[in-house]
Design a protein around this ligand. Structure first.
Ligand code: FES
Length: 176
């Protein structure tokens, strides 16, 4: 009677061998590092090709009709949009709310009739001209004009600086 063949040994699972090669040999480690670097580069390239879109607020803002602004008053309701709209001595102009010292936002103090910066104490007249504290120059003015519908339009893409003689530019105020 012929002898029965011995049963074959079960083969080691192929997966175990693959993991051993990839994580326990120099070749495997180098290959894993290379693959990770390539994946990182691909991800970086994709981020470059599809950047996050920043939606900037529009630079032109309608602020109302000239009659909406009272003589000698500072309109504070556009402060979040970096401007005060002011009617003073027959002109309407839009002042930037950025302090010319280090960029803080001053407050309009109605009783004292001045802008006062809370950071280092600079003071500005209603015209925007600095008169106390470390601010080296007046507040800046934005471009302002009348739109087709008769409303005032402030354009923050264009600014005017008094020390450069730009406040006499007709785009820096509206005569009323
Ligand atoms: S930032 Fe306004 S006084 Fe310094």
């Amino acid at each position: 009677m012929p002898a029965k063949p011995a049963p074959a040994k079960p083969a080691a699972p192929a997966r175990r061998g693959f993991l051993y090669v990839m994580f326990c040999t120099w070749f495997g480690l180098a290959w894993t590092a290379f693959t990770a670097a390539m994946a990182g580069m691909t991800f970086g390239t994709l981020r470059f090709m599809f950047p996050n879109v920043l939606s900037e607020p529009p630079s032109k803002v309608k602020v109302g009709f000239p009659v909406d602004f009272e003589e000698g008053k500072v309109t504070d309701r556009f402060k979040e949009q970096n401007m005060w709209v002011i009617r003073y001595q027959g002109k309407i102009y839009a002042l930037s709310t950025t302090c010319t010292h280090l960029g803080c936002t001053p407050n309009w103090l109605e009783a004292a009739q001045k802008f006062k910066c809370p950071c280092h104490g600079s003071g500005f007249y209603i015209t925007g001209v600095n008169f106390e504290g470390p601010a080296p120059r007046p507040l800046e003015r934005w471009s302002i004009g009348i739109g087709d519908d008769g409303q005032l339009v402030v354009d923050k893409s264009k600014k005017f600086q008094k020390e450069l003689g730009q406040w006499s530019d007709p785009d820096s105020f509206v005569t009323v």
